[in-house]
Design a protein around this ligand. Structure first.
Ligand SMILES: Cc1ncc(COP(=O)(O)O)c(C=O)c1O
Length: 375
């Protein structure tokens, strides 16, 4: 697909120079069409055609390809928080256990762990340093009572990317489980749960995957499926068919053991359509384009005297570029960019945050740089 064809899959390009995929991304056209088709079919045929459960299986397979996982290690969640809570509430904790995390995490990856305090589980928060989570500090925080390291693949505020291969090796060597919040990476950086030694992963679809909110993915490594107790049991997670008078609390063997009741079918169909688009382009190619665009942006920001707050080394960069100024009124500037120039960026922790995706153009990056005041 050339750039023009890719852009035709993103109707937002008709209205905005949109560079906030780390916030809530626009739906891709295939995702919007999948939702519309679902609604149409539901209106005309209810569930009588009976095709949607097959569609869900296809989406599960696409999600598994995206992660290099097996389809039966994947299920769908309503958001990232739900997946993280499956882990936090599913482990058989012993008083005195701890979880190692860090001070940069988005709250979705903090509160599920803080909530374990009443069960005697301590959350150890490693301090950040210059917008990074130092690997050695994480390693030093792991002790013999650490059960889980909980971390984002990419940090929401400044885009610092975790070296998951290295961290996965560390966790495996120390007998600690690795739980990854992947929402700021999935769809732009290759994530390979095997190569990275990831035990659990959760990501909603509404950022770099360009799906709707409320439809996400949860991965649990096969060997751990039986160790994580499902915390929201319903009728779809049981071995026994629900159309029976019998009741037997026996969970399925695959990741659907974490399901409860009805699925968000519209959302899952749309998520699947976007994942397929990304897989068709290729995640390596998506990443290559995002690198070029963000490098161009960083260069422009440096030229204009803005302070770039995102680490940019080869193992740390991501699609998020955060930049600061103590000279300008950032709330007003953000508003001005949107209203005058149709450029959408976010403001987080007192900085501007741009997060262009693979369908953005170098010209759009230049428009942003040109529209920013100098120093
Ligand atoms: C790192 C990270 N995790 C999670 C979320 C959102 O969580 P959820 O999918 O539960 O809404 C965000 C949203 O900004 C995020 O940046």
């Amino acid at each position: 697909m050339n750039l023009e064809e890719i852009r035709s899959q993103f109707p937002i390009t008709r209205h905005y120079n949109f560079q906030d995929h780390a916030g809530i991304a626009p739906l891709s056209a295939p995702a919007a069409q999948a939702m519309a088709a679902y609604a149409q079919e539901l209106a005309e045929w209810a569930y009588l055609k009976g095709t949607y459960h097959r569609t869900i299986d296809h989406v599960r397979q696409a999600a598994a390809r995206l992660l290099n996982a097996d389809p039966d290690e994947i299920t769908f969640v309503k958001n990232t928080s739900e997946g993280i809570n499956y882990v936090a509430n599913g482990i058989q904790w012993v008083t005195g256990d701890n979880v190692v995390s860090n001070a940069m995490e988005f709250p979705a990856n903090v509160y599920p762990w803080m909530n374990l305090e009443h069960r005697g589980v301590n959350l150890k928060v490693v301090a950040e340093e210059n917008g990074r989570i130092p690997f050695d500090r994480l390693a030093a925080a792991i002790d013999r009572r650490t059960r889980v390291v909980a971390i984002s693949a990419v940090q929401w505020s400044n885009g610092f990317r975790t070296d998951l291969v290295r961290l996965g090796e560390l966790c495996a060597s120390r007998g600690v489980l690795l739980c990854v919040d992947a929402i700021q990476a999935l769809g732009v950086h290759p994530i390979d749960v095997r190569k990275m030694g990831i035990d659990f992963l959760a990501a909603d679809g509404h950022k770099w995957l360009c799906g709707p909110d409320g439809a996400g993915i949860f991965f649990c490594r096969r060997e751990l499926l039986g160790h994580l107790r499902p915390s929201e049991p319903g009728y779809l997670c049981m071995k026994l068919d629900w159309d029976s008078r019998e009741r037997k609390l026996e969970f399925r063997d695959d990741a659907r053991r974490f399901d409860s009741g009805a699925y968000n079918l519209a959302g899952i169909c749309a998520l699947g359509a976007s994942i397929n688009l990304l897989l068709e382009v290729g995640i390596e190619e998506v990443q290559r384009r995002v690198k070029q665009l963000t490098d161009r942006l960083v260069e422009g920001l440096n030229r204009k005297g803005w302070k770039v707050c995102s680490p940019r080394t080869s193992s740390e960069w991501s699609g998020i570029v955060s930049f600061a100024s103590d000279k300008h009124d950032l709330p007003n500037l953000q508003k001005h960019l949107r209203e005058e120039f149709k450029i959408v960026v976010a403001r987080r922790l007192g900085r501007l945050r741009a997060s262009p995706h693979f369908y953005n153009t170098p010209e759009e990056i230049d428009q942003l740089v040109d529209a920013l005041p100098g120093h």
